[in-house]
Design a protein around this ligand. Structure first.
Ligand code: OAD
Length: 261
């Protein structure tokens, strides 16, 4: 199929679907200026060592380094805006009542775009909690100048209940996914008949198992990504485009009354 057919075809598949899940990864927020993890030029894991920043051991060893790095990321997300892809997904949800988003992203750009139903598989930058007692910690705001400084060192605040140190609310390497989110993601994927996979390299498990789970129970699976990924040969269709290019084009066909072939 020629690439110019994808917006129309996907709009048709969306119309036919009873239940839709959209699985998003870092590429979804790339056009908002948030770095992905594995892009060879400016991906976070090509500039920073994940084992020094994204494990519980790293946090135990150097709290100021780890907390400072996440505060830098919080400040960048604070300053970013949802892109045309986020906005188109929120508009799609208003046209299709049974459309949910399952995201690996720790930003809040889907919510700020107006998407009503977002499951966060890897936690969130803005839900820090106590490293000792796990209680949520409210009210932390990154300093204004934090976004200029990826090398920021900052000691985390202390827990108001047990005086333990506060940790970022994200899932680190070696940790399990939040149980409720993972259960909910699997339930939705099992029930969907169309899964859109947008902006993920598809190499981090268990999130990367969701497309195969959807296929195994008969759903159509469509990837939107500017490059080939681990998932490309497994899905029903791979559309080589960015999220902010592709999704508004699909939306324009869906909002359009013209019959699709
Ligand atoms: P990756 O950085 O691994 O992959 C990002 C994907 O987005 C790549 O396949 C890019 O080609 C694609 N991409 C880049 N720009 C895009 C755009 N404008 N539109 C659409 N796609 C685009 O990020 P994830 O797959 O999300 O985990 O990574 C998975 C997990 O690994 C993350 O959640 C994070 C990381 O370690 C944790 O933090 C627990």
């Amino acid at each position: 199929m020629q690439s110019h057919d994808w917006p129309r075809t996907l709009a048709q598949w969306l119309k036919e679907a009873r239940s839709v899940v959209v699985l998003t990864g870092a590429g979804m927020s790339a056009e908002s200026g948030i770095a992905t993890f594995r892009d060879s030029q400016n991906g976070l894991w090509s500039q920073f060592k994940s084992e020094k920043l994204a494990t519980a051991d790293a946090y135990r060893q150097d709290k100021a380094l780890v907390w400072g790095w996440y505060v830098w990321r919080m400040a960048m997300v604070h300053a970013a805006q949802p892109n045309a892809g986020h906005l188109a997904l929120a508009a799609l949800a208003s046209l299709k009542s049974d459309l949910s988003i399952v995201t690996q992203n720790v930003d809040d750009l889907h919510e700020r775009a107006g998407s009503p139903d977002v499951v966060h598989l890897h936690g969130g930058l803005f839900t820090p909690r106590c490293f000792a007692c796990s209680r949520p910690h409210k009210g932390f705001e990154p300093p204004d100048d934090a976004r200029e400084n990826p090398q920021l060192r900052l000691m985390p605040p202390r827990c108001g209940h047990c005086d333990g140190y506060i940790r970022p609310g994200v899932v680190w390497f070696g940790e399990t996914l939040p149980e409720t989110a993972w259960k909910e993601a699997r339930r939705r994927v099992r029930e969907c008949d169309l899964l859109l996979v947008i902006g993920t390299s598809g190499i981090v498990y268990p999130a990367a198992s969701l497309p195969m789970m959807a296929k195994a129970q008969g759903a159509r699976v469509v990837e939107i990504n500017p490059v080939t990924t681990e998932l490309s040969t497994e899905v029903d269709a791979s559309w080589r485009a960015t999220a902010a290019e592709a999704l508004p084009r699909v939306l324009s066909f869906l909002s359009d009354d013209r019959p699709t072939p």
